[in-house]
Design a protein around this ligand. Structure first.
Ligand code: ADP
Length: 320
């Protein structure tokens, strides 16, 4: 089919990343205002690789919301499904970089515009055009966005789209771990392609390391492909017929933010062009190798969106 549109649904926000740590207040450390939100990162990753991409979500009608929409447009992402909330503000995340390299998040979300998308604001025409409909979990946490999310999934599925899910667990945003697990698993049942990280595998199954038996038990009849990313150790893949590992590329990471989203964007780009690649192990491994390369490149630059590669960057790494 000539239709290869990938529609990503969910949150988009601004990360305030301190540009220097340990600078005294008098020296006035700066903040980098970095566009963020996993589904938006995926939309831009797809577009940068030359894929057809659209984003559906809600932004505040403020400086930040308009900045985010401009970034999507500059990156060639279709924004026909982007709406603005007249009252609520764009979500903001304030990040503290701890000395050990860990990040701490504090959110402006009370509630923010991204959580206020309603069913009636959905661009159903756009959703029905999707070859792949991709989404996360944050849009499931509260109403009215939750109902909009579920309706969008249903419309996409009825129109024949492949449903792609990356739970992207942000535990702190959920009322409880039990609720997060429950909601993730209820959405899980409907997805055709799922990508999780090893941390999410542990959260969902209680198993610290990824074992085949448990991973296979997560498969269901509609699920064509389950990917478990392992950071610098690459990625495990599971289909109904085969499973295995594709090693990561060796790079010097600077900031791993967005690696998973780059990986998903790359994977979806390839599946949108030819969904049968999932059925052949050799071709699937090629695609995962491509996605691993995208993830690896994204770790070598600061930020998520600025670090996302184009196809040429990826081919360079693949050639070695
Ligand atoms: P997430 O961001 O969802 O936690 P990962 O960190 O596992 O996802 O990254 C996704 C993919 O990006 C990995 O499967 C791997 O191919 C690549 N990647 C991530 N971190 C590194 C790294 N340090 N070195 C090389 N590749 C990496």
């Amino acid at each position: 089919s000539s239709n290869s549109l990938i529609v990503s649904f969910g949150e988009m926000l601004i990360d305030f990343v301190p540009t220097e740590s340990g600078v005294s207040l008098a020296e006035s450390p700066g903040f980098l205002k970095a566009p963020a939100g996993a589904p938006a990162n995926v939309a831009i990753a797809v577009s940068r690789l030359g894929g057809k991409s659209a984003f559906i979500g809600k932004l505040g009608d403020d400086e930040f919301g308009h900045m985010l929409k401009d970034i999507l447009i500059q990156n060639g992402v279709n924004c026909d499904g982007v709406v603005f909330d007249r009252a609520a503000r764009t979500a903001l995340a304030f990040i503290t970089l701890r000395p050990d390299g860990e990040r701490e998040f504090m959110f402006y979300r009370n509630p923010s515009a991204d959580m206020l998308l309603t069913e009636s604001e959905l661009n159903l025409e756009l959703i029905r055009k999707a070859k792949i409909f991709h989404y996360g979990s944050i849009s499931l946490i509260t109403e009215p966005c939750r109902s909009a999310h579920l309706r969008a999934m249903e419309v996409a599925k009825d129109a024949g789209a492949i449903l792609s899910y990356d739970p992207n667990l942000r535990l702190a945003l959920w009322p409880s771990a039990e609720e997060a697990r429950e909601q993730i698993m209820s959405i899980w049942e409907q997805a055709n392609v799922i990508k999780i990280s090893d941390n999410e595998f542990e959260f969902l199954t209680g198993h610290e390391t990824v074992d085949d038996e448990t991973a296979i038990s997560l498969m269901h009849s509609g699920l064509k492909l389950l990917l478990i990313t392992l950071g610098r150790h690459g990625c495990r893949y599971y289909t109904k017929h085969f499973h295995g590992t594709v090693e990561a590329f060796q790079v010097k990471p600077v900031d791993t933010t967005g690696a998973g989203d780059a990986f998903v964007g790359a994977l979806l780009c390839k599946i949108a062009k030819d969904e049968s690649i999932v059925e052949n192990e050799a071709s699937l491994k090629e695609v995962i190798r491509f996605a691993n390369a995208c993830g690896a490149i994204t770790t070598t630059k600061k930020g998520a969106i600025p670090a996302l590669p184009n196809e040429e960057d990826v081919l360079k790494l693949l050639r070695g």
